[in-house]
Write a protein that binds this ligand. Sequence first.
Ligand SMILES: [Zn+2]
Length: 342
Amino acid sequence: MKGNFCPNCEEYTKVKLGVEKEVYNVRGEPIEIEAEVVICQECGEKVFDEKRDSSNLEKAYKVYRDKHNLLSPDEIRSIREKYGLSQRAVSRLLGCGEITIHRYENGAIQDNAHDNLLRSIADPKNMQRFFETNRDKLPTYTVARLEKRIASFMQEDREQAFQVSFERLVSHQHVDLTSGFKAYDLEKLENMILYLAKRLGGVLSVKLNKLLWYCDFLHFKETSLSISGSQYVRLQYGPVPKYYDFITDMMHNEGLVDKGEVVFNARKGVVGEEFTALVEPDKSLFTEKESQVMDFIADTFHEHTSTRIKEKSHREAAYKKCKDGDIISYEYAKELSLSLPG
Ligand SMILES: [Zn+2]
């Protein structure tokens, strides 16, 4: 091993690994662990190593958790995933700060009250009771979803199990240029759909998928981050969010959107699928800039037919530079034909 700076020798020296008993203070309680330490081979002094330091702390946290019989971060995560809730939705349900559950799942130690609560709602019967008393704390979107989830849990619905595994799958999507440097946020994507459908008073499915693309790409152009973290696939008829059909079907099943058939060219006998929002979007999910982008895109394309917006998207560099089936990189967002006014 090489590459650590030894303050004693005042230079980078060769180091070796060792094990030593160390006492960590976890919530005011001394916790002893077998810590991995890095030792300077020249002088024998311990050298600070960030990676080992945090893994030792993690180890101490684990000992503390076991001792007090607290849920592990993975257990907390799987309770949440069971109900298809985002970290943010669970935080709201528990009435704690927005990022509390995020912190717990990333290793922070939960307080006892939250631990008891989480443990209890792992059982759908308790979840139902808890939800009934707290439903007014939640946005209508989350209420609609959770209601459906709890009901299908009671019936051990198979679709539900499939849904949960889907959410697990997308939660592991890479955060890179294909996602607009954002972690996949299904809740946000679904609320973008509700937001656009509400603002437009119903929107055709073939138009909606391109509007989503324009929103995410324009937001990336402005801020170097997408809104939803969704990947977009180049298809023959335009850019489409990955898993789009699955997501809209699911929203339909959960009573979040209604699907209607609309004849938009009677002469040619062309019909389309129109979505209307059945619940209010949760606007608090969006930053001011994100709302501004969605409003701008909705208003810009308000009068556009699906065909016109398809043609416009086909002229975008992002579309021209990819082949059918490709994931469209957000790097092309800088060449987007639209910019936010002002
Ligand atoms: Zn040294």
